[in-house]
Design a binder for this molecule. Structure first.
Ligand SMILES: [Zn+2]
Length: 458
């Protein structure tokens, strides 16, 4: 994922103090180190970057009454359950989500926590992430527009603006690390146009810019939201963001499905990023984001698994696969482009006179999951395997039945059935080794999580 998309056979990395020092053919790397990891038969890729998640939702996966609902009905079904969440549940669900992410090759995860019932704090999530050892872009979310003011959530899960802003400032000062190699960064993230007041949107942007932290929110996820924004604010969702000063290279939006050509150009002009969540968009029947159009316009796009109540998993490599497949579904619906796919040109396997379809390639999908995601969350120190970057990578043993006969090892991990990875390394430290989590006892975590869910739903 360097600027030349270099792929190295018999390659290796030399890592020192959490950073990549050399990348190249193993034969040309230093032949001794404190620890040598032999990854014969493995593919090594840059750690995946998750750009949108709600860790706490591992507590409400596949809830029967929310299985077949669209976004607004799904939310109103789940809000009352979420209102019962306790601080220890935030800790447990964060570890469960991060464990699943780590096992799928993720090394940096963004999370969007926007309700804080019963004394819960973002601190609970950060403490849990520090134990697991993944980098975290922890978003201090918020909801301030309850149903009595024309919002969607019940008043019991919204907070007042002063306390939200005060807590946001405290978290930035306590945790935000703006340096390369940061393990924790804070993001300000009012939840969505239909759950947050206009004033809180503006105040959050002002506060974030005073401290140089990023801004994140849900936007243009469904057609319902478009109608809501037109009626309540007199703008379409993107126009409303412009109105509240939420455009810039420090802003990224989750979903951004329901946008028109002019709105794509607004994102491009202001360098706003997009967290594309294909599985969630399919699960909630929200629609298909115009990823190809975003990329053509120069908009940064990353991938997100979204919350486990609308996925209902946190497997980021599966999300890479779904991004590729869903882009192809969209292509099939909107008509095939006659432009030529570079991957076919490069390989020279195009028949004479054959129409080549500009389909998303496996490599492009992997780019979205790595370098694309890093750009979306505003980090230059991750997303590729290059000297000077963080030593964040994952490795998969290709010698397994699901990959037998695959002609192309890079494409294999995207075209093939998604698997759990064999190694995940963050800053030179193992989080997954020989297919097992090493920073947390997975069995104990599963038991603890099961108990928390039983208590929450009892
Ligand atoms: Zn979301």
């Amino acid at each position: 994922m360097d600027d030349h998309q270099t792929e190295i056979s018999d390659g290796g990395l030399f890592i020192r103090d959490g950073l990549i020092e050399e990348v190249g053919q193993s034969a040309n790397l230093p032949n001794s180190a404190d620890e040598v990891l032999d990854l014969k038969d493995h593919i090594v890729l840059p750690g995946l970057v998750n750009t949108h998640h709600h860790f706490y939702q591992t507590l409400t996966r596949a809830v029967p009454s929310a299985q077949d609902a669209n976004l607004f009905n799904w939310l109103t079904t789940l809000y009352p359950i979420w209102a019962r969440i306790q601080p220890e549940d935030i800790f447990t669900s964060t570890q469960t989500a991060l464990a699943e992410l780590a096992l799928s090759g993720c090394t940096t995860a963004s999370d969007h926590l926007y309700l804080f019932p019963n004394g819960s704090k973002l601190d609970d999530e950060i403490a849990a992430a520090q134990e697991i050892g993944l980098r975290i872009q922890a978003s201090r979310g918020s909801m301030s527009l309850g149903v009595s003011q024309g919002g969607l959530p019940p008043d019991s899960v919204v907070d007042n603006e002063d306390s939200i802003l005060k807590d946001s400032q405290r978290l930035i000062e306590q945790y935000h690390d703006s340096k390369d190699g940061a393990m924790v960064q804070i993001v300000l993230a009012p939840c969505s146009p239909f759950s947050v007041t206009t004033d809180l949107m503006k105040q959050s942007a002002k506060l974030a810019r005073e401290y140089g932290v990023h801004l994140h929110t849900h936007l243009a996820e469904t057609e319902d939201e478009e109608q809501f924004c037109l009626q309540k604010f007199g703008h379409r969702p993107v126009g409303y963001m412009q109105e509240v000063d939420w455009v810039g290279d420090d802003v990224w939006f989750a979903h951004a499905v329901w946008v028109n050509d002019e709105e794509i150009q607004v994102f491009a002009k202001h360098n706003c990023g997009v967290a594309h969540c294909p599985t969630s968009n399919m699960r909630l029947a929200s629609g298909i984001a115009p990823v190809k159009e975003y990329r053509a316009a120069g908009v940064n796009v990353g991938l997100g698994v979204d919350g486990p109540a609308s996925n209902d998993g946190s497997h980021l490599l599966a999300e890479v696969r779904n991004a590729m497949l869903l882009a192809r579904v969209k292509e099939g619906i909107t008509g095939f482009s006659r432009s030529e796919s570079p991957s076919h040109q490069e390989r020279g396997d195009r028949g004479e006179g054959e129409e080549v379809r500009a389909l998303m390639t496996a490599r492009e999908a992997l780019y979205l999951g790595t370098r694309g995601g890093a750009a979306v969350v505003g980090r230059n120190d991750i997303g590729s395997l290059e000297p000077g970057k963080c030593a964040d990578f994952f490795a998969i043993n290709l010698d397994r039945i699901g990959y037998a006969g695959m002609h192309d090892p890079v494409a294999a991990v995207v075209f093939g059935q998604p698997v759990n990875v064999d190694y995940t390394v963050v800053g030179g430290k193992f989080v997954v080794k020989e297919g097992r989590l090493v920073t947390v006892d997975e069995q104990k975590l599963r038991e603890k999580h099961k108990k928390a869910v039983k208590k929450l739903l009892s």
